[in-house]
Design a protein around this ligand. Structure first.
Ligand code: ATR
Length: 285
């Protein structure tokens, strides 16, 4: 029998990760001889962990918060998306060398392709937030032909830095500019942690939004964020963030286990059921 192919997800903390559930589902569905497990690694140990991946018997793995930028600096080679985004979320070996890729932009676009075909016909996008997640979204939007990407952020400097990084067509704006920017947007994307469970309610007036605009959020806990709720109430198209999580996992799975997995409604239901499970303290996670 062939050796088991072993992969991992590492972050710190890592207990919240649903990646083992997603990859475990695919391994079982396709009857593959593989494993995928979560490994918590503190920042001070991350470099040693990466150096030991091969020796520990892994064919690769995923990297999540807070290690994505550190992983960028530790790999031998990077794919174009990782290079542009400045962060790595997927590791694998090619001809003995450790490669780092970034599948977040792919996951974002693939989810919209699946749930709102034609979303990339728009040219004007409004992106809320300018952190690590926003970089992947802005890259995806540029790749998919958006010529006017407006980034708003509470801290204007960070939006300016991002706009500068991605060049022509990408501009930075203060948070208060949102009402003026909304009417032109074909697509509104929230990348901030506002609206996440436990954070304060996000107030967003969408009354003057274009009736054909699509509104999406990369936050998926809760599934319906305040922004998506406001968009739905206004009759706009909405796509939640859970599909991005599912789609971003697919390219890594294919690299490690040799099979391109499908993102199905069964998988989505599995993750939703897990999210509904109560955890210590009585809250759903
Ligand atoms: P991530 O990698 O998830 O993007 P991050 O780099 O910490 O995480 O970025 C978080 C984003 O959420 C930032 O755009 C942040 O705004 P600042 O750059 O001004 O910090 C945004 N954010 C977080 N809390 C916020 C709040 N209460 N109001 C507005 N924006 C907020």
């Amino acid at each position: 029998m062939a050796d088991t192919l072993n992969a991992f997800v590492t972050g710190y903390p890592i207990g919240h990760s649903r990646s083992p559930l997603i990859h475990g589902h695919w391994l079982k569905s396709y009857g593959l001889n593989g494993s995928y497990r979560a490994i918590g690694v503190a920042p001070e140990n991350f470099s040693d962990f990466v150096k030991g991946i091969r020796q520990s018997g892994f064919v690769g793995g995923n990297v999540t918060i807070p290690h994505k930028e550190a992983a960028f600096g530790l790999v031998c080679k990077r794919d174009a998306a990782a290079e542009e985004i400045g962060a790595v979320n997927t590791l694998w070996f090619e001809e003995g060398e450790l490669w780092g890729g970034n599948t977040d932009a792919y996951g974002f676009a693939a989810n919209l392709d699946a749930l709102s075909a034609g979303w990339d016909k728009g040219r004007n996008a409004l992106v809320l937030g300018a952190g690590g997640a926003s970089r992947a979204i802005v890259y995806a939007l540029k790749q998919r032909g958006f010529t006017e990407v407006r980034i708003v952020n509470r801290t204007l400097d960070r939006a300016q830095e991002l706009a500068h990084r991605f060049g022509p067509g990408i501009s930075a704006h203060p948070w208060r500019a949102i009402p003026e920017l909304i009417p032109d947007a074909n697509l509104v994307v929230n990348t901030t942690s506002l609206g996440m469970e436990g954070k304060s309610e996000q107030q967003m007036d969408l009354s003057n939004a274009d009736g054909d605009a699509l509104v999406t959020d990369i936050v998926y806990v809760p599934l319906e964020t305040p922004l998506l709720r406001a968009a739905r109430a206004r009759g706009l198209k909405v796509v939640d963030g859970l599909g991005m999580l599912l789609h971003q996992a697919a390219p890594g799975f294919e690299r490690w286990f040799g099979k391109r997995p499908a993102v199905t409604s069964e998988l989505r239901e599995l993750v939703l059921a897990d999210m509904a499970k109560p955890v210590a303290g009585g809250q759903a996670r």
